[in-house]
Design a protein around this ligand. Structure first.
Ligand SMILES: C[S@@+](CC[C@H](N)C(=O)[O-])C[C@H]1O[C@@H](n2cnc3c(N)ncnc32)[C@H](O)[C@@H]1O
Length: 268
């Protein structure tokens, strides 16, 4: 067995909940997706200069912003956008970019073997509990010489929020993220050639905690983990959270760190 048999990230939310949450967020997502734009642009900039795909796949395409960017970059290519959230696909379809918009799961791609030369995925794969399955699927659908370009998130993401909740209670209030070392190990064992894999922190600043949590909700990326507390957050616990987060305050505001992973892999 390769390392791919051992992807330790447990406890991610149920996929139906992920799909429902992103479907609900389809209308609000673009208005709050500044970091997602920036990360996707950086991923686009990392694509090998010589690449010229006949067919590309935008995996976890969301509102389709990067499907449209890919169609501009590769005007002669055919594009396929795949997302698990039907609401995102409904939002993206009329805006174009891809020729096909298909509901599907990154861990079980609805594509034929060796059917595309580029698999682009920005900030979607952190939602996949089984990253090894994603890599196996990428290796299956890419043609020889094809490229997997992904961005994702690893441990360290929303650490300030996690630490602040930790000071309040023992519940899981922040989504779990894979360790960067696990991305390294799984990519190295995938059978794909790892051209580059790196992680870099991005920090956003907010005037208060509510602005951050509202933004996470508008993105569809708020906490859905099993183990999260049920019901509304009580006033006393919310006040304790606000106090705890204040310890991180900087002149620019309350920081929220995203530990972004960028990977470029090639099929042999
Ligand atoms: C943060 S959004 C990113 C959207 C887009 N790539 C962008 O950069 O703006 C994450 C997207 O991944 C999708 N997603 C989450 N889990 C998925 C899975 N297992 N398979 C396919 N798409 C998934 C969500 O529905 C959502 O649209």
């Amino acid at each position: 067995m390769t390392d791919l048999a051992n992807d330790p990230l447990g406890g991610l939310p149920d996929k139906r909940q992920v799909a429902a949450s992103f479907s609900r967020a389809a209308q609000s997502y673009d208005s709050v997706a500044a970091l997602q734009r920036n990360v996707g642009q950086q991923l686009l900039a990392q694509l090998p200069a010589a690449i010229s795909p006949v067919r590309w796949l935008d995996l976890g395409s969301g509102t389709g912003y990067f499907s449209r960017a890919l169609s501009e970059r590769f005007p002669a290519s055919q594009g396929v956008a795949v997302d698990i959230a039907e609401g995102m696909l409904q939002h993206a379809r009329p805006l174009g970019g891809a020729q096909q918009f298909i509901a599907g799961d990154a861990e079980r791609l609805p594509l034929r073997d060796a059917s595309c030369e580029l698999l682009f995925s920005s900030l979607a794969l952190q939602w996949c509990a089984d990253f090894s399955a994603v890599l196996i699927e990428a290796a299956r659908v890419l043609r020889p010489g094809g490229v997997l370009a992904f961005s994702s998130l690893c441990v360290g993401t929303l650490q300030e929020l996690r630490d602040s909740w930790q000071a309040v209670d023992g519940f899981v209030h922040v989504n779990r993220f894979r360790r960067f070392e696990d991305y390294q190990r799984l990519c190295a064992g995938s059978g794909l050639t790892c051209v580059s894999l790196q992680t870099t922190p991005e920090t956003l600043y907010y005037p208060d905690v509510r602005s951050l949590t509202h933004e996470l909700k508008a993105l569809g990326a708020h906490n859905l983990n099993p183990g999260r507390p049920g019901g509304l957050t009580g006033r006393a616990r919310m006040l304790a959270l606000l106090n705890a987060y204040e310890q991180f305050r900087q002149p620019q505001g309350l920081p929220a760190t995203y530990q972004v992973v960028y990977g470029i892999l090639r099929k042999g």
